[in-house]
Every structure is written in C-alpha cells, then in structure tokens.
Ligand binder design. Structure first.
Ligand code: FES
Ligand code: FES
Length: 178
C-alpha cells in the first residue's frame, strides 16, 4: 500500500515561527550582540544569552522586582520588556556595581544594615535603589518605602532595606566621598 506523504505538523509549526533578530546591547559598559526570538525578554537575554545571572527571576510577571535593572539610567523590570525593544540600549546590572573587591556604597550599606537574609531579592533591591537615588526622590523613610514598593522581599527585610537606602541618600546629600 502506498504510504501517505508525511505531514510533519511540528516541522510546519517550526517553519512558521518568526525569525530571530540580531540585537546589540551595551551591558555594563561592553557591547554585546545576540540573536533573540521576538518573545525573549530582556531578563532571559541577560541570564540565558549573556550569563549575567546576578539579575534574578522571581515571578516573571512584573510583580516582585527581583529582575530590576537599569536601562538607559532608568530602573525597569527586565521581565516586562522584550529584548528586541531594547536594541541599542545601555543596560546596567548588579554585576557592574562593585569595583573589584570594593563594594558600591549601596552594597556596603546593605551589608552594614543587615538588609537581606536569603539574598534572592537583593540584586533587584539594590538596582532599584540605585535608580531611586538617581531620581532624587529618596528623601524620607516613608518616601523610600513607597518608591521601593515594587520590590518584594519574602524574608521581610524591609526596615533594614529602607535604612540602607536612607544611609546612602544621606551620604549623597552630605557629599561624602563614595
Ligand atoms: Fe520581574 Fe518578578 S521577575 S518582576
Ligand atoms: Fe530573601 Fe529578600 S532577602 S527575599
């Protein structure tokens, strides 16, 4: 009996997938070219394509802030933006903050204020705090609490996180050497 020609639906499905796009990101000061699918988030591009795993995936739905990075100086949830939308952008992740063994003042303040327990939310908290300081709005504990409300800490280290950010905000106001 004549066999029917194969209809490989899986192969057809694959053939109809949109092509990958080559994009350029400037991550932590270095130009990186990667090929990403149209649905690849910036978070997955950083973690899976570029191995910047300091940026954490918590909810993957814009609810927890664990994936916060700075894009062109503004803090964003990297799980909520597609990598192709950020073609040509400057991205800063937690890996860029310390200078060798010397911690960034925010990192130092988190250590001094015991502002973490498990540490999973901490890269996002610190990147978000960096963005907040850049916005010039970290003026009071209440203000910091409000403007950091997108960053969830399941360990409940909130009071110490606010204290750490306030410490750096006050250092900046005094013009302390950082
Ligand atoms: Fe992006 Fe939770 S992983 S907000
Ligand atoms: Fe554990 Fe924040 S330190 S989630």
């Amino acid at each position: 009996m004549k066999s029917k020609p194969k209809t490989d639906t899986a192969a057809k499905g694959t053939a109809s997938l949109p092509a990958k796009s080559r994009i350029t990101l400037k991550v932590n000061g270095a130009l990186k070219q990667i090929e990403v699918a149209p649905w690849t988030t910036l978070l997955d591009a950083l973690r899976e394509h570029l191995e910047f795993t300091g940026t954490k995936k918590g909810c993957d739905h814009g609810q927890c802030g664990a994936c916060t990075v700075l894009v062109n100086g503004k803090r964003i949830n990297s799980c909520l933006t597609l990598a192709i939308m950020q073609d040509g952008a400057e991205v800063l992740t937690i890996e860029r903050l310390a200078e060798g063994e010397v911690l960034h003042p925010l990192q130092q303040a988190f250590v001094e204020n015991d502002a973490f327990q498990c540490g999973y939310c901490t890269p996002g908290q610190i990147c978000s705090a960096l963005g907040l300081l850049g916005e010039g709005k970290a003026k009071s504990p209440d203000g910091i609490r409000e403007l950091m409300s997108g960053n969830i800490c399941r360990c409940g280290a909130y009071s110490n996180i606010v204290a750490a950010i306030e410490q750096v905000s006050q250092m900046e106001e005094r013009g302390d050497e950082q």
